[in-house]
Write a protein that binds this ligand. Sequence first.
Ligand SMILES: [Zn+2]
Length: 209
Amino acid sequence: MSARDIIAIAQEMDAAGFAPSKSGNVSLRTAQGFLITPTGKPYVQLKPADILELDHDGRVLRGKLQPSSEWRFHASIYRARPDANAILHNHSPRATALSCARKSIPAFHYMIAIAGGADIRCAPYATFGTQELALHAVKALDGRKACLLANHGVIALGADLMSAWTIAREVENLAGQYLDLLAAGLKPVILSQAEMRRVLAKFADYGRA
Ligand SMILES: [Zn+2]
């Protein structure tokens, strides 16, 4: 796991249309803090030397560019979540659309369990780049591996970059299905808490969640 892996995932995220206007960022835990993508540089142009290393207080340990403006929520999540070794943030279109209604995604489909619980919460709104947003994100992620950020986008985390990326893609897929249901005027049938507990137990068995 290295700067090259971060760039590969960031470029995949961009190619998937999840990072309009150079939005989004990718980070990976290190012994001293975390590696993170810089702000302002197109993902296609990123070189390993452009990836910064920060400590958990935001001090730059390595790198010459400015870190992503969202380094605060990455730092706060790594402090709060020993299980998180990689964090992805993006503005994937359909999940972001849902975030603008400030709606959590309920268990309308069993795959909601991929995010670790019976729903995917939407964190309250705060200005991008602020510590207030970081606090909201940590709370919305409690017991979860993904959340929406109101009027903003998505955060996904995982034990490694590929797990976080898999979850981010599934959140976008689920958000799209949920929006399609609502747009069709259909009322989603929400799975019970008991059923979601069964699904979560099966995911744990398969090592998928
Ligand atoms: Zn953002």
